[in-house]
Design a protein around this ligand. Structure first.
Ligand SMILES: Cc1cc2nc3c(=O)[nH]c(=O)nc-3n(C[C@H](O)[C@H](O)[C@H](O)COP(=O)(O)O)c2cc1C
Length: 283
């Protein structure tokens, strides 16, 4: 039996750049692999209703849609590629819609943990990727995968991502990283020493926060390069399997905290009940 690569494309375009680039990576992985694809905008992935049912009892989201088949395919895959088009400076919303249902991932920790994954942010204009790279990296990290590499690929017209030496080298490297952990890609610039992310928020107190793992610490120039000295945050979401299970447990504890504070919360909410008029759906 061959191994399965799951390609998750967040693009609505059939044979658009995300789909083509995933297929290009697959093609470079050689014999013994088969490709399964998910085109997220075509699937019915409803918004999370914040009911937290996926954390309790059967650990199953009550929404009836295509979310569980996608997570099931991810759980069964041997490796995965996620590619999302950059829309208005971030990965497009179909990727986030899937990720927003992610408290359900805690029911699949054993199947998802450490699965090789790579991430591609597809941008039409060089330099206009916004948070796209972090967004796709965060998808792999939060689905508990082993992020072997990520890249911003430039290509606007459908098929353009397959043109040029640079893009083809990226596809080759990402395929190699999926096949062999020793070939994992490292960003060329300074990275977070905890998670390897390279998207930071610079704080007023002179510290920086990693936008991937939420670690924070100070930064300074060392050998003419920026270096980050970070500590993990209080809620590491993917740094270790035990931390993942611990965070799910902490979330379960919110139920008791809510019940404790219920009366106090009810009182502060009361003056806002019935305030304003809401736009109604035409549906
Ligand atoms: C609504 C919309 C917004 C876009 N915004 C950006 C952007 O902010 N930055 C950018 O570089 N490209 C932007 N693009 C271009 C796409 O990222 C680019 O065409 C990409 O190749 C699309 O991938 P696809 O062919 O897989 O759909 C935008 C495209 C659309 C349709």
């Amino acid at each position: 039996m061959g191994k399965t690569l799951l390609g998750i494309s967040a693009s609505p375009r059939k044979l658009g750049n995300c789909e083509l680039f995933i297929k290009d990576i697959f093609r470079r992985m050689g014999e013994g692999w088969e490709l399964r694809m998910a085109r997220l905008p075509e699937l019915d992935i409803k918004p999370c209703r914040a009911c937290y049912q996926c954390l309790f009892d059967q650990m199953k989201c009550p929404r009836e849609d295509d979310f569980l088949p996608v997570i099931g395919a991810l759980a069964q895959a041997d490796a995965y590629v996620v590619a999302a088009p950059v829309y208005l400076l971030s990965a497009n919303s179909s990727l986030k819609a899937l990720l927003d249902r992610g408290l359900q991932f805690y029911a699949f920790v054993d199947q998802l943990w450490g699965k090789p994954g790579v991430a591609v942010a597809m941008a039409g204009i060089d330099g206009m990727e916004g948070s796209g790279k972090r967004d796709v990296e965060s998808f792999v990290k939060l689905t508990l995968g082993d992020l072997r590499g990520s890249a911003v690929v430039y290509g606007a017209l459908p098929g353009e991502s397959l043109l040029g030496e640079q893009n083809s080298e990226i596809a080759k490297q990402l395929a190699g990283a999926l096949l062999d952990p020793a070939m994992r890609l490292k960003p060329a610039g300074p990275v977070c020493p905890i998670c390897g992310g390279d998207t930071f928020r610079f704080m007023a107190d002179g510290r920086a926060r990693c936008m991937l793992c939420s670690g924070s610490g100070f930064w300074q120039f060392e050998n003419q390069s920026l270096a980050f000295h970070m500590e993990p945050g209080d809620h590491p979401l993917f740094l270790g399997k035990d931390e993942v299970i611990g965070h799910a447990q902490w979330l379960r504890g919110m139920k008791a905290r809510f019940l404790e504070k219920r009366q106090e919360l009810k009182a502060v909410v009361k003056p806002y009940v019935g305030m304003g008029t809401f736009i109604e759906s035409k549906k």
